[in-house]
Design a protein around this ligand. Sequence first.
Ligand code: SAM
Length: 243
Amino acid sequence: MIRKISVVGYGAAAYLVFVAALLYAIGFLAGVGVPKGIDDGTAGPAWRALLVDSALLTLFAVQHSVMARPWFKRWWTRFVPAAIERSTFVLASTAVLVLLFWQWQPLPATVWSVGPAWARGVLWAGYALGWAILVFSTFAVGHFDLFGLRQVLARARDRHYAEPGLREPLVYRLVRHPLMVGFLIAFWAAPDLSVGRLVFALASTGYIMVGVRLEERDLRVQLGEPYEDYLRRVPRFVPRPVR
Ligand SMILES: C[S@@+](CC[C@H](N)C(=O)[O-])C[C@H]1O[C@@H](n2cnc3c(N)ncnc32)[C@H](O)[C@@H]1O
């Protein structure tokens, strides 16, 4: 009983800290409502900031790519109980994000600053829309599986947890990676773009381009012909025009 409570508690704690980190990310990029935004802090030499920021972004990409691969999951579930594997992934992602928010070095020089109030309004709306698409897509593809909650609850009920098969709800019928589309919109819809935010947006966009290909390669193996068919029917990022 104590073991089951600990498993559920661990899963719930991992989920809650991740949600907190995601909320912080929204404020961090926008530079509002958080103690330290992406352009805050004392600007040191640009070369040092570039080095530190690139290292932080690389750490996130490596953690996310390696820990999400099936071969890594097979290996480390020999040490970590399968029920908390996803929650531990979520917790590790949060730890890297916190490190990034904390250690990010500002590069505050302006790349662009949009003048007209209406255009700024459109970009702020785009920023909000990007995050909304992202959150909506997590629920479409399986919010509770994605963040490890279904896995810990299955363990608490002595039920077998089976990974969900191919899903094509709502937005996943329009594009294969709506969640990443949400990120891309949020990263680029900036009324004011500093060099630091440009570095963040460029590196994240590059990583998304690589990350989705790794995910698709795994899903081809995992889901077989139905996924091959899905790849043929549904575009990666940009919906096909309605005919
Ligand atoms: C963070 S989500 C991102 C999903 C997708 N790349 C996107 O941008 O919307 C990653 C998880 O979604 C799962 N996934 C992606 N597409 C899926 C689909 N069509 N049906 C079921 N699971 C999917 C992957 O197996 C992976 O565990």
